[in-house]
Design a protein around this ligand. Structure first.
Ligand code: PLP
Length: 391
């Protein structure tokens, strides 16, 4: 028996949803221990390294003593200007770098902190599900309550905004949406975004669009920024990140853009909790934001080839999905007779393939598994062969 203090978690921590991936993690550890040749298609993290010119810029930046001190909270003005220019080039969206752009220590940080700025005890945060687990967790840690808006295939993986109960709407302060979507890989069109703006104005709800995957698109069809839609800045901010675009998940840098009051409130939370992004990383990120599109096209080509091999392979085996137009995920329906968890276990036990069970992203994800395209194409071919042998 330990003689130390009795450590009791807060009610908030205790209320966090159970970690559904724990069983999968155990199975993975067990498979690796047995020396199994595991093909891991569960990882939402690029396997391709950060482009060399960005790494080189970092090497130069890290030598500068002025970067060794505390950074400015909102981010260096030069970084915010680089974000603003990038938005203008990519989306034709004009942003004031001093008021409408805020640096983040990865967009996860901003998503997690945002509810603190607006949520009082019992207030509701609407979020789409299946989805990134940080939306409801951030709501809960801020003392609020998450309310799940299910995404179903028959509704093009859009939430049904017309049927949110009115008592929920009365308490709703914030709405998280995410397109291109993790895990469904759905993309959004202009009319959906317009409907979101109308909904937000009608019910006085702040919108946060998580846009982490806008640059991972295929077949030359470029996804929209929410900020391109008329009136977006009156109701919304958009979170973006260098993580997925430039293979920089380990660097921890992103940004929020949009409504200046919302940006300022998020900045207020952050300046009281963190001390900003290491300036050398910001400086290298300015270089990243100027990356030639041909470099990104190369990365997109790599994922697109993997996508086609996996989609065509699974389709030929009767496993149904949609060919992703964006993101590095493929959202596949489990075969008859399985649920998300049992199919995930079957793939792992019988084929040494690791995927993510769809219900791990929320209950509406039941009946699906998520395949990530973050392994070389030869391994994807091998995975398809193995699945063929166990169906
Ligand atoms: C990867 C991802 C992010 C980005 O996270 P960072 O903290 O910027 O690395 C945000 N939202 C979703 C849905 C993601 O999958």
């Amino acid at each position: 028996m330990s003689k130390g203090i009795k450590v009791e978690l807060s009610e908030k921590l205790n209320k966090l949803p159970p970690y559904l991936f724990a069983r999968i993690d155990d199975m993975k550890v067990e498979a690796l221990r047995k020396g199994v040749d595991l093909i891991d298609l569960s990882i939402g993290d690029p396997d391709i390294p950060t482009p060399e010119h960005i790494v080189e810029a970092m090497k130069v930046a890290v030598e500068k003593p002025e970067h060794h001190r505390y950074p400015s909270y909102a981010g260096m003005l030069s970084y915010r200007q680089a974000v603003s220019s990038w938005y203008n080039r990519r989306f034709g969206v004009k942003l004031d770098p001093s008021k409408e752009v805020l640096s983040l220590i990865g967009s996860k940080e901003g998503i997690g902190h945002l509810p603190i700025a607006f949520i009082n005890s019992g207030d509701i945060v609407l979020y789409t599900s299946p989805g990134y687990p940080v939306y409801p967790v951030g709501a809960l840690l801020a003392g609020g309550v998450g309310y799940e808006l299910p995404l179903y295939k028959q509704n093009a993986f859009y939430p049904d905004l017309d049927n949110v109960p009115s008592d929920v709407l009365d308490k709703a302060k914030l709405l998280f949406i995410n397109y291109p979507n993790n895990p469904t890989s759905a993309t959004a069109d202009e009319s959906f975004f317009e409907a979101v703006i109308e909904f937000a104005l009608k019910h006085n709800i702040i919108v946060c669009h998580d846009a982490a995957y806008t640059e991972l698109y295929y077949d030359g069809e470029r996804p929209l920024s929410f900020m391109q839609i008329d009136g977006a800045k009156e109701v919304a901010i958009e979170m973006h990140s260098l993580s997925k675009t430039y293979n920089m998940t380990g660097w921890r840098i992103g940004y929020a853009v949009g409504n200046s009051e919302v940006i300022s409130a998020l900045g207020k939370v952050k300046s009281n909790l963190d001390s900003g992004v290491f300036q050398a990383i910001q400086e290298a990120s300015i270089v990243a934001l100027g990356t030639d599109e041909s470099v990104l096209d190369q990365i997109r080509q790599t994922y697109q080839q993997r996508r086609d091999v996996l989609y065509d392979g699974l389709s030929s085996l009767g496993i149904r999905s949609a060919r992703p137009k964006a993101t590095f995920y493929l959202w596949a329906k489990v075969p008859d007779g399985f649920d998300s968890m049992s199919f995930t276990a079957h793939l792992l036990d019988k084929a040494a393939i690791l995927t993510t069970p769809g219900n791990g992203f929320g209950n509406p994800g039941e009946g699906y598994v998520r395949f990530a395209l973050t392994v070389p194409v030869e391994r994807i071919k091998e995975a398809v062969e193995r699945i063929k042998n166990i169906l």
